[in-house]
Design a protein around this ligand. Sequence first.
Ligand code: SF4
Length: 687
Amino acid sequence: MTFVRSVCPHDCPSTCALEVERIDSRTIGRVRGSEANPYTDGVICAKVARYAERAHHPDRLKTPLRRVGPKAEPGGRNRFEPCSWDEALDMTAAALGEAAATHGATSVWPYFYAGTMGLVQRDGIDRLRHVMGYSREDDTICIRLSDSGWKAGAGVKRGADSREMAESDLIVFWGTNAVSTQVNAMHHAALARKNRGAKIACVDVYRNPTMEAADIPLLLRPGTDGALACAIMHVLFKENYADRDYLVRYTDADARLARHLEARTPAWAAAVTGLPEEEIVAFARLYGRTKRSFIRLGYGFTRQRNGAAAMHAASCLPAVTGAWRHKGGGALYSQSGIYKNLDQSVIMGLDRLDRRVRALDQSRIGAVLLGEPEALLGGPPVKALFIQNTNPMVVAPDLAKVRAGFARADLFVCVHEQFMTETAAAADVVLPATTFLEHDDIYRAGAHTWLQIGRKAIEPYAEARSNHEVLQGLARRLGAEHPGFDMTAWELIDDMLRRSGLPTAEQVWADGGVDFSKRFEDMHFLNGFAHPDKKFHFAPDWKSVGADHIAMPALPDHVEIIEKADAGHPFKMVVAPARQFLNSTFTETPGSQKREVRPTALIHPADMARLNIAEGNRVRLGNRRASVVVHARSFDGVREGVTVVEGIWPNKSFAEGLAVNALIGDDRAPPAGGAAFHDTAVWIKKA
Ligand code: SF4
């Protein structure tokens, strides 16, 4: 058996180092985690361990396709016929050229996101964009809210090394379901529990597998994490757990902070969060007396209109206790800022970037395609979309608008994909894409500090081509000139490494990657945080974070700008990630489908009884945006008045062909935009 080294490309902070069994030049077998990488440590999730069923799935796109006949009505059948690569690329280049000639270059919108996280294959689309002057993309859909909140306090997106969890006495998973979505993090936490008796706490809105595995569950209402963080700080100050010396040396804390927190009592937070007051106090005391306390902050709790403020408030905790001083202490949201000196200029065509070109909000793709003037930022309508690595017909907010936008007869759409996703089915031209096993790429991580190369392990499936090859083909036809289009993917990797002062691609590959971790003092900000005054900011300069800063609090706080439940919409709905899916990826694999079963609303038994709903009944969830039908499951692991729908299931999995994101608003959350995926008020009725 031959196992070849690779890297998981999926939208998951773990970026696992993989070993892939290569059966022959076109076939893989088992996939396992590499023990050579100290973060992966031999552990990967089940869905990627089963990757052979995805790589060799009979539904992989084999050839380029072009639409036959008009776009189908929702639920109808779109018809395509195979064509050659030359025909498909010629058609696409002609449509992009015609839109630009008639309506201006910004009427073309290259649209992408995180279907692959490889720097060459994911970000190369920006090179074409910048060279051609096409509309830019404001990347708000995933991390904008969490980034805004973390950077407001720490100034840079990095934190304590996650391997230190194994040396902690208290690990707090805050708004991240690590068992389902970050299996390695749970592995390191479990080591700490086994070897040193560490406690694991989980702050979340439902009893997910991580909360089930935790010693201390903190089950709160959606959108109230800022209140919990403030009440913990209240206790830390009141009961003398605050590290006064640390606060003076490393933070901007002044008398205003303690005064501000005086009113944020556990009783106040209990009323806001739904947590019993005594649970808040007990946890605050445990956190206060445990110096080696590691908070793993996730994205989930920030997908609220007040999410940036909540992230900032939670990130304040180790600055109050001075946990940053201790091995195994501090916090981690993401390490992606540790790679800031990587020079991606050629890959992304940054020498041709013009910041005056409008940047359309990717989370508002429905509004953009429907021509809402405010979404178009005063520019022309979007007439042509070229899409790689994302499936907005399922994952974007306000799906009814997205669907109506894609149905426009005057809109040309080309989608480069591995499967006939619902976005691909709405296209005029569909191009078959390689998987990570079939091309070269290089990967940063969020949960750890390694830069790793994934080399082509098998030949491309059928006629599939990599993103980079498709961009080269379009660039030739469009007359887009840039050195990056003349290089292979491997040459782009090598060039980036050379520009960044790193070893060659061959060397990095041979070494299994480069570890960017810094000394303990730097990882723990003991040489200062990344603001000019080197302090952690309890009082952020929100103006420097985003234009919409008026809604942000002067000091850490709970902000009442969430979509509140009311008499007409008595439930708060959270669309949490499913364990066997990753966004809309893996919804096509039988192993994942079998385990996830069907779209289901988890509803508290008291709410089920009140609404006269029985287990397994079909229920309709709705609000002013849309309504969808799912099955109900009685579940006492949510607060009353909260429902959780794990996904992301395709539209076709829902009775009326419209997926649950149709209920979610596409408005920009402060201070810098971001989609509030878990901040939705709905009504529930028996269907
Ligand atoms: S845990 Fe995340 S990074 Fe690791 S194999 Fe699974 S999806 Fe990929």
